[in-house]
Write a protein that binds this ligand. Sequence first.
Ligand code: NAP
Length: 329
Amino acid sequence: MKQMKIGKSGIEVSAVGIGAWAIGGDSNWGPSDEAESIRTIHKARELGITLLDTAPAYGLGHSEEVVGKALEGRRKDYILSTKCGLRWDIKEGGFQMERDGIRLLRNTKPERLAEEVELSLKRLKTDYIDIYIVHWQSLPEFPVPISDTMGFLMKLKKEGKIRAIGASNLSVENFQEYIKYGDLDLMQEKYSILDQAKGRNFFDLCDKNGVTFQCYSPLERGILTGKYTLDTPVNMGLARKGIKWFQKENLPKIVELTEKWKPLCGKYKCTMTHLVIAWTAAQGNGKNVHVLVGARTIPQVEENVGGGSVTLEAADVASMSADVKGLST
Ligand SMILES: NC(=O)c1ccc[n+]([C@@H]2O[C@H](COP(=O)([O-])OP(=O)(O)OC[C@H]3O[C@@H](n4cnc5c(N)ncnc54)[C@H](OP(=O)(O)O)[C@@H]3O)[C@@H](O)[C@H]2O)c1
């Protein structure tokens, strides 16, 4: 497995990480089995995946709790990231969404983050977080200056409660503010071969400022694994409802695309998932994109880890990019 540094923090991680969103087991992904989730987290580390990402909002604390149980006695073996700024347990904030009858609110005020970090540390059964990421940015209806948020995160860093700062779901203006007021080491954005917009806006900016671009949903929530045929039943939780490629009229385009890439899998002796992870890691300057892949079962993680060892020739990266150019919905 290739390794990479996170921004200027000095933290080194495996080039492929494991995301614990689905482990949260809410209506985004449907139920998850706790024992299987814990075994999956252990297997990931055994196979060389060191970065583990979670968030309070994943299952309203459940994902963090499961991660906390999995890491008991093993904390030092993992680089752990979790998030802040998205709450279901307070009344004040910008409206993000309603899920299962619960209102999720964006609130990145320092006094709220002060509560939140303690709640996460408790659920995670640890006294430090390696990378602390602002999950979503404040909305005009409930504005919080990034200078305030970043100022507080820098204080947490000084106290040793967090080792590095990340931010997610950013505009370019947000990014500029974060780097103006503190040490931003990582940005986490949705990015895949089917959804490349954020890369166009941020790859250069990240390289110039020593910030790691970490992409989430690189498999487009599973559709790029090659496991879907036209007849495969799809578990359409909320997480997949927002992905247009799962819709009946679009799925055939993905099936056709992955069929087209099968000879490349033959060339690199790899699976479709490996191919897509390797394409993703090769983006930008080829050294600064971290690939965060969600998994909740051992077979998934056993497969995904292999993507971190595949290096594609530039011509193949280009031909895959060309294949998706004409794809429309
Ligand atoms: N900052 C943010 O706002 C944000 C947003 C989204 C995600 N994230 C983070 O990024 C991580 C990754 O993104 P993601 O989970 O949305 O999407 P993803 O990595 O594109 O897809 C993950 C899903 O694909 C399926 N899968 C994974 N490996 C597979 C394999 N080898 N074979 C077959 N199916 C496989 C699993 O779903 P099934 O088991 O259901 O098939 C899995 O839950 C998340 O877990 C989370 O930590 C952050």
